[in-house]
Structure formats: C-alpha cells, structure tokens
Design a protein around this ligand. Sequence first.
Ligand SMILES: C[S@@+](CC[C@H](N)C(=O)[O-])C[C@H]1O[C@@H](n2cnc3c(N)ncnc32)[C@H](O)[C@@H]1O
Length: 419
Amino acid sequence: MASLFDFNNGAIELLDPGAGVGSLTAAFAHAAHGRSIHATCHEIDPQYHPALRETLRGLDNVEPDVRQGDFIEAAVCDAQTSHHARYTHVIANPPYRKIATDSRERRLAAKLGLQTSNLYTAFLAGAIAQCAHGAQVVVIVPRSFMNGPYFKAFRYWLLDRVALARIHLFDRRDKAFAEDKVLQENVILKVIVGARQGDVVVSSSADDRFTDLRLHCVPFSAIVTPGDDELFIHVPSAQGERAGSLEGHTLRQLEIDVCTGPVVDFRLREHLRQEPQQDSVPLLYASHFHGGFAWPRDGRKPNAIAVNPQTRPWLMPNGCYVVTRRFTSKEEKRRIVAHVLPADALPYALVGFENHLNVFHQDRHGLPQRLAHGLCAYLNSQRVDDYFRTFSGHTQVNATDLRRLKYPSLAELEALADA
Ligand SMILES: C[S@@+](CC[C@H](N)C(=O)[O-])C[C@H]1O[C@@H](n2cnc3c(N)ncnc32)[C@H](O)[C@@H]1O
C-alpha cells in the first residue's frame, strides 16, 4: 500500500485513521525515503497506544500526533470547524462493522453528507473530507461497496469527490489474509481527491505476497458503465477481461424476466406446512434443488404452503422454471448456481418459491423446457461466472444482478440445451 504513493517535494501531512500499532504509518515513512512527514494517527483503543507510540518513536522522519478517541467524531468536528482541508496523504485499514440505523456513528456520518451502514465507509468519508485537493488516499477495504445496493449513496459520495487511480484485487480471499481468518473479499484502492477521472490501473495477485502481480490499465468506462445510475464499480481482472466482453441480449429482449422468490416464509409462517396437505401446494427452497430436484424432502424447511386469499398472490402457476440461489457459501466454486424445475415434477396447479431463490419466468409463468435447460447451462457456465466476478465481490446474487447480465439469443440458448 505504501508503495502506491507518489512523492514530490511538497510537505507531507499524513492521516492514519484506526492506526492500531502504527504499521501502515511505518510502511509509509519507509516508502517516503527520508522526506519529513507530519503524521496524525487516530486510535480509539487505549491498549494499542503504548505500541503505537513506540512504533512512531522509531521513525526518524515522522513528527507524530497521536489522537486517542473516535476518529469519526474528530473528522466531523474538523470538517465543521476547520476551513482548510489539510491532509495530503491518507493510508488506512479501517475497522469493518455494520452500524445501526439509529447509532451515533450513522448520525455523525450524516453530518459528512453520507448515509451509510458500515463503519469503513464512514471512515473513508471522514478521511476524504479532511483532505486537500490532490491528496492521495490508499486504503484496504471490503469489496462490498462496489456493487452492494446499500452502498449506492456511498458510491455517489465517493465518485463525486475523488478519481479512482488504482484497484488491486486478491484472487483468493482465503489465501490473502489466511492468518487473520479474514474471509471478506478485500480490495486495495488508491484514489486522488478532486482529480479528474482518467484511466484506472487494475492489478491482481493471488495473495498478499504479490509475487504474481498482474497489472493493466482500463478506461473508466470499463469500470463504471456510462449511464449506470447504480454506479456499480466493475473490476475487469485478468480473468475477467475475457468475460468483460460478455455480449448478447438483455432478458427483456428475450421476453424473460427474473424475480426474487415471492414467498417470504417468516411473513407467512402460519400458512406453512411441513408436509403437503390437502389444501396446500409445494413450497420450494434451495434445499429442494440440492444434488438434483426432489420434493418433498425431510429437513427443517417446510415443504408446502396453504392456498388461501393471503398466500395466493405469492404463488406462481406450476411450470418449468429456472431458479438460482441468492446466497452461495464462500467455499462454493461458482457464484451463480442454477437449476431447472421440470414442468412435470409436481402434480399441482400452483407452486411457491421461497425468497432465497431467484426465479426466471415469462410473464409469471414457466419457460419452454428446452429454453429453460439452455438458460440453466448458460448461467452455470464459466463465462458467466468470470463475468459476474468482475462486478461482484458478494456471494449474494440478486435478481437485479441477473437482469444486468447479457444472454445469448433464444435459438442459441435452445442449442445449449442440446449441447
Ligand atoms: C482493521 S484495524 C487496522 C489497524 C492498523 N491500521 C493496521 O492496519 O494494522 C482498525 C483499527 O481501528 C481502530 N478503531 C476502531 N474504531 C475506531 C474509531 N471509531 N476511531 C478510531 N479508531 C478506531 C481499532 O481499534 C483498530 O485498531
């Protein structure tokens, strides 16, 4: 991270928010090759302070300013009182944790003009708010902000204020931070405050040893699709370059749609049935598709749902559907796992799909059988998986993500069914 900074002869005002024992400031100080640095290190946890001071004492070129207390609060205070944003460099590995809607941190972040649900984005906003024009900010953060629906406000906030200069991805999340048991997918990001957006350098490595570093430069339009009002941040990795060109038709052009399984089970709890009964129809969970479709199944999940005026709006006509799981486990090889519900699998007029599934349908009815099998094969292909990884760090696949994909023509999909 420290090696990503460019140094000139100007004064260096460094910020390290959530400094821990000061490892990042120390790395920065070494990379600065003797240039003198004024470093402000915020750390809330007093137990780190002795070691932090010790680290800073060992850095000849650093004039330290250690702040004990809440960084977000300090950032808000600074943004409200100080008239000149002063930091020229930020290096950070901020804390990651959800912040509740009514929490103090949320209210503080709102004072920086940001609605956010995670501490790391609040940290980033707090840091950037205190930066001078042209400041370089290098951080390691979860990848979740790049496409998560909850981070849309943050993407707007961020891309309004900075230019993306560098994005580094780790291919294997289990290897990158194996010692810390970090399973979050992390990225290293370098942004320049107030700069005009140009091309972005994208790099990747298998793990945190960077021995196989691969770099390429891509236009910003390959990162954020022009006109995308979600401002999703795609990262075309070496793998993804091949898939970055995924072309074809939108689902709408194919007259296919995809929705989230309409049955939210906890809202319809009183209508769920462990076993099929006379007044009920099948209720399908991801578990019914595991290792091949089977219904009913023994297990914790109910197999059926009563048909009555309260449940009827959430049920679909029985037919041939393609379903994908919305949540795959971290260990799963593919992000998109698709299955076909054959038209003749269930002797019922209606069927319920539970909310953890996405359901491909045509006007809320099933698909022709060959088309369904071709669509399923396409969704399970390596090509789709590679493409999906370029814009999602999540193990979650929502209907909106599936609508954003491009698909082969109907004829090509049908041909895939025979392949
Ligand atoms: C992920 S650790 C990173 C530590 C260090 N920068 C590193 O990379 O080794 C985040 C640090 O932020 C500190 N922290 C958490 N919340 C904070 C807050 N509100 N204000 C200041 N520091 C905070 C934690 O105590 C922790 O040391």
